[in-house]
Design a protein around this ligand. Sequence first.
Ligand code: ATP
Length: 584
Amino acid sequence: MRVLFREVCDVFEKMEATSKRLELTSLLADLLIKSDDDVDKLVFLAQGKLAPDYEGIETGMAEKLLIKALSGVSSLEEKEIQKSLARTGDLGTVAQEVAAAIIQKPLEAKQFDVSYVFTSLKSISSITGQGSINKKLAIYTNLIISSTPLESKYITRIMTGKLRLGVSDATIIAALISAFKWEGEPGIVENAYNCHPNMGRLALLMKEKKWQSIIVTVPEPMVPVKVMLAERLTSLPLILEKMGGRAAFEYKYDGLRTQIHYDGEKIKIFSRGSEETTENFPDIVRSFKTTFHLKSCILDGETVPYNPETGELYPFQIVSRRRGRKYDLEGKTEEIPLVVFLFDILYLDGKSLLNMPYQERREKLESIFKENENFKLASRLVSSENAEIQQFFDKSISDGCEGIVAKSVSENTPYRAGARGWQWIKFKRDYQRSLGDSLDLVVLGAFSGHGRRKGAYGALLMGVFNQEKDTFETVCKLGTGFSDEVLFALPNRLSTFRSESKPNNVESIMEPDVWFYPSLVLEVVAAEITVSPIHTCAFSSIEKDSGLSLRFPRFTGIFRDDKKGEDCSKTAEVVGIYNNQVKK
Ligand code: ATP
């Protein structure tokens, strides 16, 4: 049976008026029952979409253009329509008013069916090239002229991507279950959608009662799988207990969730929200083919920008700026390399791995590639010891991560697409706190530069002075905040302080390429102080076998030539700042 678009609009109108989930479900289910092979189009319209997100199809018409079209079909000036839009905040309502008041309707209004409206709207989205705007406007105008005011409202809303029905995917799935009398566990249908998040496909399978196809739905390369998410707990011992006394702990990288698909030819990258983002990562795409030699796969990981000189990871905000490959860092245009830390594999060489236990998936992942600068494995520790886990957590923070994710190592640990569950538990540290003040750190050593920094130092090993012990202790590696000019002048500037080996008043776990007598003092800012097992500042005084370090340190550009080595910031100051932070 053909469902008329006006019937759909009547139902949408009722749905808009209720917030009760049961009512929404039953209104939508009644509509779905009437549908035929247009059921896929109907559910897309209910989602306010013309295709699944991952296809990246948008109607692509700005409100400004629609206002122009509405003005064209009425005697209203664009300005007046703009005013109505300012008043109502909804161009759909404005289109409804415009259509009701003044449009010269054809003698007999057309009875559009769902397929016609859907296909027209979709054709608008596919028009490109010269004159495309006029062609798009012509289709929209034709639809408005021939439709009822209520239809105009919903056509316009879909066109602007603001349907606002308040119906979630879960409600649409519940309506499908009810309309087509699925008698199994609702979770099976939800899982089918999470593995293959195309509501149109699911609706057709449900309508045709292809139950088996729903039950056996598995991931498919090029179709993003809804990502698995973690629960949270606020103490490591609690996490260990919840995990049954032993678990895997992985760094929780602070970047962008990255799902990589490969079908033997093409590579696509999807975001946490299942949107295709391949274009933003050309270097990852390039490097994929030389890193992996497989028939097909789906990999899960986190992409993080990093400093190749220091290995330091940058905060996530820099990745989101990564559009068009160039972005501004420290006032100059610089390209920041990205590394994908892989932590899961969902599909390999034609087979779904979703039901394989986590440990086996991790082993598979480890076996299919060699780490390089673009692809690494998420750092991980399998442990049942609280102290060891605490150290691993501290190290994750000092390495630039936001904490750790505990992962169950039991047998029953499939990859649960789209689910947030206790198989994964996150434990993170809010890093938003800023030190507030700068510190004056002394140069203790340097690491040779590579690539663009060849011939200069890639990073400096920085320290503070411990007055009680009369020694210098390391507190961070510093590679950020230097102009090229300063960077290339540093070896010369530091040459007079060079030492053949580690000066005996320096306490360090790290081994730089060059040692210096503690002399040159630089002003440095940082995000916060964290516990770190690789730095010696206040070693073992806050936590056993760990020191304190600066997170995200940056040179302010100021050399404190007025200070001698011993005049640099003191260990006690760093401890004081750390204690204050903890109290906050
Ligand atoms: P958050 O703000 O904590 O990232 P979220 O809702 O985005 O919250 P969560 O499930 O709470 O997601 O945490 C998991 C997120 O952490 C993943 O979406 C992923 O982007 C990121 N992540 C980083 N490292 C890992 C890892 N080793 N394993 C799983 N997720 C990781």
